[in-house]
Design a protein around this ligand. Structure first.
Ligand SMILES: [Zn+2]
Length: 101
């Protein structure tokens, strides 16, 4: 029989429990869970206010700040996912530059 090295209580040996602490002491010692990685959720909304318009035969995606985030000729076909990806990237870079000023 094994005893808890902390409180001296009898250890509950479940399966391959190799700990020298009883479950209640383990609970007490448990480190708080690390905070979840902050997901870049706000990035999803970045393009929500953007405006898609046609100027001089080009489709232009413009942010609410007036930055051109993406453009293509009217005839071209582009996957929306790649447009979003490119636009978000440019928006992020622009925003970073703005902050530095
Ligand atoms: Zn204990």
């Amino acid at each position: 029989m094994q005893f808890c090295t902390d409180c001296g209580g009898v250890l509950n040996l479940f399966g391959n429990n190799t700990s020298s602490l009883c479950s209640s002491c383990i609970q007490h010692r448990k480190e708080p869970l690390p905070p979840k990685a902050v997901s870049p959720k706000q990035d999803d909304d970045v393009l929500a206010d953007s405006i898609l318009c046609v100027e001089n035969g080009k489709i232009i995606l413009r942010s609410k700040e007036g930055w051109q985030l993406w453009s293509a000729s009217v005839e071209s076909k582009t996957e929306l996912a790649s447009v979003m990806k490119a636009a978000k990237l440019i928006y992020t870079i622009r925003k970073r530059r703005k902050k530095k000023k």
